[in-house]
Design a protein around this ligand. Structure first.
Ligand code: NAD
Length: 485
């Protein structure tokens, strides 16, 4: 029986999504209602139907109004139609609402759900707005395309601070940072540096950094060595799925997307269209996303009640097809029956698995806004000009483009896909048709010098596809050297 709501209903926006979405949302909302969650639900439509009405974003303007009003979004998975022109609603929502932190607890439920990692309890904190997901891409030549990886100091500061605050709040002992700063010294280097700076303020929490490749291998092999792991967007996207899968199943993990003003809660899996409409899908991921939501909106007692009833259901071997194992599971159930099994266990706690404990937890404090670093003076010292050069022979290109030298600027390096090919390039280096020609000044350069240089390059018959200004900040280059330079 439903217990009486203890607080005033909190407005939330709910989307039932596509594929298995409506079934798992119905089961989730049923459990929340029976557990006594005080929710004032505004239902919006997103996803396939909206896309197919010709809305390329998959969401109507009126739905944004609902999200702006409630600031809390419980979202079922959606199907993004195949073919061009449709934008990812997830990426749009995260960016439009400033949901910079994606939090995914990945826990194993040994011996009740099959896993190779019985002691796994890892929380991935993924940066959600930056990195390669800026979606800024260019074609540089007939054969070469480019994407921009953007990392900002405030972006790093917000996510690293969030990871440490999360660790403190949930009594976690260690925060690990994964980056590839041995290669991307400026972008991932900034992430690592800010992690160290922010971490210095949390003497109660252990800190460590791993290069992402070996860190990922270690996580997949020995996840119990990790606690909270914070990382840039792309690594977090990949590794949070790996973490959820090795814990037991992607069908079991929920996630929170947190911003300064809004938050979105969801399952980590997709709309599984092949399973839709058959009362088969596991609603656990969305339900655990909803548990995170209940803590976020200040109903931690209800969150605890739901989470513990769910853990007891897992323990009792009442499992949907995706985690059902002969000999381990006791009863194979459908989506609806699973929901009823959780409802029947409301008020109970697991006996073997660690029980959840959220009661008495204060409402999450809104993250503090992060200020931009004060502007640092910089000095213009040259320019990289990208040109298409189909012959692919660097020495011939150099002998032509060097003719643009003059007025204090000279050609100092040519690279291809980041590798220096002139001067002193290796004949073995494969060259595409896109070359970067670096012109530098002896000291400072002026815009007028740069513009007239570009004019001379064009005058030699080259098509300049892209330029990057070279600047130093306090004497430190604000650009990388080419590999081999
Ligand atoms: P998927 O997560 O939907 O399915 C992957 C596999 O996991 C399938 O075998 C599926 O049957 C199974 N599965 C997933 N969730 C399950 C559940 N709750 N219970 C039981 N089994 C479950 O991934 P996909 O097939 O790559 O994508 C399908 C659609 O979902 C695509 O249109 C994709 O764009 C979309 N998608 C949406 C989201 C989102 O809205 N957050 C996330 C990922 C993918």
């Amino acid at each position: 029986m439903a217990s009486a709501p203890t607080t005033r209903p909190v407005p939330i926006t709910v989307a039932h999504g596509d594929g298995i979405g409506p079934e798992i949302m119905a089961a989730t909302l049923h459990i929340l209602k029976e557990a006594g969650a005080a929710l004032d639900i505004d239902t919006i439509e997103i996803g396939e139907k909206v896309y197919l009405r010709g809305n390329t974003a998959g969401i109507e303007d009126s739905s944004w109004e609902s999200l702006r009003r409630t600031k809390v979004f419980l979202k079922a998975p959606i199907t993004t139609p195949q073919g061009g022109g449709f934008k990812s609603l997830n990426v749009t929502t995260r960016k439009a609402l400033g949901l910079y932190a994606n939090v995914r607890p990945c826990v194993s439920y040994h011996p009740f759900v099959k896993t190779k990692h019985p002691k796994m309890d890892v929380v991935i904190v993924r940066e959600n707005e930056e990195d390669c997901y800026a979606g800024i891409e260019y074609r540089l030549s007939t054969n070469v395309v480019q994407t921009l990886k953007l990392i900002s100091r405030p972006g790093c500061e917000k996510i690293c601070r969030y990871a440490f605050e999360y660790a403190r709040r949930y009594n976690r002992k260690k925060v690990t940072c994964f980056t590839k700063d041995n290669i991307m010294k400026m972008t991932d280097g900034l992430f690592h540096k800010v992690f160290d700076e922010v971490g210095a303020g949390y003497s109660d929490i252990e800190k460590e950094h791993w290069i992402v490749d070996i860190g990922a291998a270690k996580m997949a092999d020995t996840p119990e060595a990790f606690d909270v792991i914070v990382m840039p967007n792309l690594y977090g996207d990949i590794l949070s799925d790996v973490a959820a899968q090795i814990a037991g199943s992607v069908g079991l993990a929920g996630s929170a997307n947190i911003g300064e003003k809004c938050a979105m809660f969801e399952a980590i899996h997709g709309s599984a269209p092949r399973r839709a409409g058959q009362n088969l899908a596991n609603p656990s991921g969305l339900l655990l996303g909803a548990v995170l939501m209940l803590v976020h909106i200040g109903q931690p007692e209800i969150a605890e009640r739901v989470h513990n009833a769910w853990l007891k259901t897992m323990e009792d071997g009442v499992h949907t097809y995706d985690i059902f194992r002969e000999g381990v599971s006791k009863e194979k159930v459908g989506t609806k029956e699973f929901g009823e099994a959780v409802v029947a266990r409301l008020g109970k706690k697991p006996e073997t698995l660690n029980s959840a404990s959220y009661a008495g937890r204060p409402v999450d404090e809104a993250p503090k806004p992060v200020a931009l670093a004060p502007r640092q003076e910089s000095e213009l010292v040259g320019i990289d000009a990208y040109v298409e050069w189909p012959s692919g022979v660097p020495a011939t290109l150099a002998s032509e483009v060097v003719k643009a030298n003059g007025d204090g600027l000279s050609l100092t390096m040519i690279s291809n896909r980041g590798v220096k090919v002139w001067p002193d390039g290796f004949p073995e280096t494969f060259c595409t048709d896109s070359f970067r020609c670096r012109f530098t000044a002896d000291g400072a350069a002026t815009h007028a010098q740069i513009l007239s240089l570009l004019g001379r390059i064009v005058g030699l018959g080259f098509e300049i596809v892209k330029t990057e200004y070279l600047r130093t900040y306090g004497g430190v280059p604000g650009f990388s050297l080419a590999q081999g330079q």
